[in-house]
Structure formats: structure tokens, C-alpha cells
Design a protein around this ligand. Structure first.
Ligand SMILES: [Zn+2]
Ligand SMILES: [Zn+2]
Length: 465
């Protein structure tokens, strides 16, 4: 039968990463992410799998972002009982992120069921609950970078630092066993050089086949360093107007990066004397997990962490877990910075902050991360004059500032740079994890340069040799 690779999720789109490797004796998936988008699609696309979960031997997990890990509880719920093999920090991060995702789905299902009841429709169930997410955690095994882990009788994996988020990895999957395995690398998601806190992306050796993300296949980011100045300008401008700076941010990594830069501005006396509030119980937990894994920090962060410079703002900034304190912020008129989740403004406390603040032109919504199609975040980025929050219409009058300097994804130039050393040896590059026009731009350039590159169709299966 040989080795087959099937592209099941995040194919010609960004979210829902999921791919299946089949050999004569093994069935292993790479990532099991949640598709994020319209509610109806969310239920349809996430509730079923294209394989029988109980038949899988293992899941190799690249990192803790929900679009890569978020459907694991459902996988376990539907009968998977193999190992979920990942890095140590990713295992710990998932222990916070997955129950949070279950909680969000429970509240969402409750909300939808209420609407349904009014229309005489049946109630809906969450894809999985918080409790089910907690039950899935026992299947995780964490491993250090650069250490070969046996997955099945004919598959091994080694995790190389992807420099994308804490614990993120580019797994090198050796398939077929024996002395001459087929080497498949999975660079999804791939980070950038010079991201604060993390080491630069590390490329596995001996890649035969590469699955590569293409989120920004056609775009170039501003340099990370420029982000700090822009952040400082945006804060000064808003504070002068007497406004608040609302930053929707992913609880994992983006929040810690923003805090890291805010703390640097503070140390450089460039941060006005205003409260900096991280209003997210999940971000609070995730930040704590960051402090448990200094072994994966870059040098600067390691030094800063050990010399008490408070790089994660746990002393000088306020982390809010308590919901009452979060509500108090609504009636506090002082200029302040509020960092809150979710990153794409689809759930969580950020919705309350947006609802209370976007109609005031003194305020700024500072967008620091990727906003998928059909999310409130995307509508804010596109500056729709009226947006819906909790089913009500609000006029978007606040300033909207978009900063892509903080992106933790490789941009077009980084991706082209990444594949260069593979030019003469790689047998095939598969582009996934990108909206189609972004992937196509990268495809065009790579094909013109003579790379064996392919943009798979959803559910396409290829043979690797
Ligand atoms: Zn990611
Ligand atoms: Zn991703």
C-alpha cells in the first residue's frame, strides 16, 4: 500500500488543521484543530471526522493553538484511545486551553438553545464540554525538542522548535521504519525570527516532503522591532484623547508578547502612567505556564526572567481572573490598556469591552493578530460602520489600528527563505493553512522558481515515497 497522506483540514483555508498518514500498519494524524468561522459551519465541520477515531494509533500535535489542538477532546469522545504526542509546554498549555474551549462551547450552546427555543427548534449540544476536554488530557505525552519519539512500529517523530508560540514544533515524521524512512516535515505553523520570548525557527534535517503553512503567502509583515514604536505611538495618541486602548489578543503567545513589549516600553519610560490590564482568566493561566518553561526561552527572555525585569508583567500589570473585577472596568472612565481574549473577537470578555467602547471615538481598538473570515474581528479590521455584538448593532466609531508587526507567523519572505535550503532535495511541498489567494501567490512564486509545489484540494490523498 505504501505511505499515504491525506489533507483533511486547513486546506485552502486557515483553521481546522488535520492530516492523516496511513501506512500498511499505522494510522496517525497530525493535528486535530477546530475549524473556526460561522456558527453553522462550526458545528457541521467539527462534529464529524473523516476517519474512525478508534482506529487511529496516535496524534502528533504541532502546538497548542485551538485551530491545531481544539478538536482533540471530540476525538477522544468519539473513541480515540491512542497517544497525543507533543512537546512538554504544549501538553501543559493544552491543559488550560482545551477546558477553556469546552467552556466556551457550553456557553455558546446554551445561548443558541435559548434562541432555538423561541423559534420552536430543538436545543443544540456543544461539540464537547469542559469536563470532556479535561478527560482528554490523560492521553497527552510531552517530550523535549530534538529527541526522537517512537510513535508506532513504522513511525517516529522528532520535534524541532518552530518559533511560533511557546512549545510549538515542526515535527519531523520518519515513516516506513528501517534505515531509509521517508521524512515528512510539518511546518504549520511556522514562526518568525526575532519573536520575543522564543527562539528562532529551527529547520529539521533531511526533509523529503514538506507540509508548509501559507497564511501570509502573499504578504510581508513590518519588522517586529517597528511594532514597539507603533504601539507606543498608538498608546500616546489614544491617551491624549482620554481614550482606552482595547487589544483583542490570543491568550496564548500574542498576549505574552504584547505584555513583553509593554513592559519594555515601561522600562524605557515610554509607557504613560495608566493601568495595564490583562482581562482574561485563560491568558492568566497561560502566562503562569510560560513561567514554568524557561528551558525554551530565547536568551534575552531567559536573562530578563532571571533578573526580575518582570517580562510577563505579573508584578507591574494587573491580571484579572475575577468576573466582578472585569465588570468594574466598564464603568472606569480613565484611559487604560485592556488586553483581552478571544483573539478573533468571537467569544470571551473582549466582547464586553468592545460593546462598551467601540462607539466612543476617543478609544482605539488595536488589532494585533490574524482575523479569520466571518469573525467579528475581521469586520472590525474591515471597518464596517456597524457591527453586531451579542446580536445588537453598534456603531464602530473608535479608531481601528492594525499592526501586523506582532504576527507570529512567517510572512512571504520568511517562507521563501525557509524553503531555500531544500531546493535541490525536497520531493514535494504541500501548501496548507492559508486562504486560497494567499496560498496561490506563494504557489506561483515557488513553481516559477522550480520547486515541486502543490496546493492540495480538500480531502486529497497523495502517495509519499
Ligand atoms: Zn498557531
Ligand atoms: Zn494555525
Amino acid at each position: 500500500m505504501g505511505i499515504k497522506l491525506k489533507f483533511l483540514g486547513a486546506v485552502r483555508e486557515v483553521t481546522g488543521s488535520n492530516h492523516l498518514i496511513t501506512t500498511d500498519i499505522s494510522k496517525v494524524i497530525i493535528d486535530c484543530g477546530l475549524f473556526q468561522g460561522r456558527r453553522q459551519d462550526f458545528f457541521e465541520k467539527n462534529s464529524k471526522f473523516d476517519f474512525i477515531p478508534g482506529e487511529l494509533d496516535a496524534c502528533i500535535l504541532s502546538h497548542a493553538h485551538i485551530d491545531h489542538s481544539g478538536n482533540i477532546p471530540n476525538l477522544v469522545k468519539q473513541g480515540f484511545d491512542g497517544r497525543i504526542i507533543t512537546t512538554d509546554p504544549t501538553r501543559d498549555l493544552c491543559s488550560a486551553m482545551l477546558p477553556d474551549s469546552g467552556h466556551i462551547q457550553e456557553s455558546d450552546a446554551k445561548y443558541v438553545s435559548k434562541l432555538h427555543k423561541k423559534k420552536g427548534l430543538p436545543p443544540v449540544k456543544p461539540i464537547y464540554t469542559k469536563e470532556e476536554a479535561e478527560e482528554s488530557l490523560e492521553f497527552f505525552t510531552g517530550h523535549p525538542y530534538n529527541q526522537r519519539v517512537n510513535v508506532t512500529d513504522d513511525i517516529d517523530v522528532t520535534f524541532y522548535d518552530a518559533g511560533h508560540v511557546l512549545g510549538s514544533a515542526t515535527p519531523l515524521i520518519e515513516i516506513g521504519g528501517g534505515d531509509n524512512p521517508v521524512n515528512l516535515a510539518y511546518a504549520v505553523d511556522l514562526g518568525r525570527k526575532d519573536i520575543p520570548i522564543l527562539n528562532d525557527p529551527d529547520q529539521p534535517p533531511g526533509i523529503d516532503w514538506l507540509i508548509l503553512e501559507s497564511t501570509y503567502g502573499g504578504r510581508v509583515h513590518d519588522p517586529i522591532e517597528s511594532g514597539k514604536d507603533k504601539l507606543s505611538d498608538c498608546i500616546s495618541r489614544t491617551v491624549k484623547r482620554g481614550g482606552k486602548i482595547i487589544i483583542p489578543s490570543f491568550a496564548l503567545e500574542r498576549t505574552q508578547e504584547i505584555v513583553y513589549f509593554l513592559n519594555q516600553l515601561r522600562l524605557e519610560n515610554r509607557l504613560p502612567d495608566i493601568p495595564v490590564i490583562i482581562d482574561s482568566p485563560l491568558a492568566t493561566r497561560v502566562t503562569k505556564i510560560f513561567s514554568h518553561h524557561p528551558q525554551v526561552y530565547d536568551e534575552e527572555m531567559y536573562r530578563s526572567f532571571n533578573t526580575g525585569e518582570d517580562p510577563l508583567g505579573t508584578i507591574n500589570f494587573e491580571y484579572v481572573k475575577d468576573v466582578e473585577r472585569s465588570k468594574e472596568l466598564n464603568s472606569d472612565d480613565r484611559p487604560m490598556i485592556i488586553v483581552s481574549a478571544s483573539g478573533m473577537c468571537e467569544a470571551g470578555r473582549i466582547l464586553h469591552h468592545l460593546k462598551n467602547n467601540i462607539e466612543d471615538p476617543r478609544n482605539t481598538v488595536l488589532v494585533v493578530g490574524f482575523m479569520a473570515r466571518n469573525t467579528l474581528g475581521r469586520r472590525i479590521v474591515e471597518r464596517h460602520p456597524v457591527v453586531k455584538i451579542f446580536g445588537e448593532k453598534y456603531n464602530l466609531k473608535a479608531e481601528v489600528e492594525i499592526m501586523n508587526a506582532f504576527s507570529s507567523h512567517a510572512d512571504r519572505n520568511d517562507l521563501l527563505e525557509y524553503v531555500k535550503p531544500l531546493k535541490d532535495t525536497v520531493k514535494g511541498i504541500f501548501l496548507v493553512h492559508g486562504e486560497e489567494e494567499q496560498s496561490r501567490e506563494l504557489l506561483k512564486t515557488l513553481a516559477a522558481d522550480g520547486y515541486p509545489v502543490h496546493l492540495p484540494e480538500p480531502d486529497e490523498e497523495v502517495e509519499l515515497s
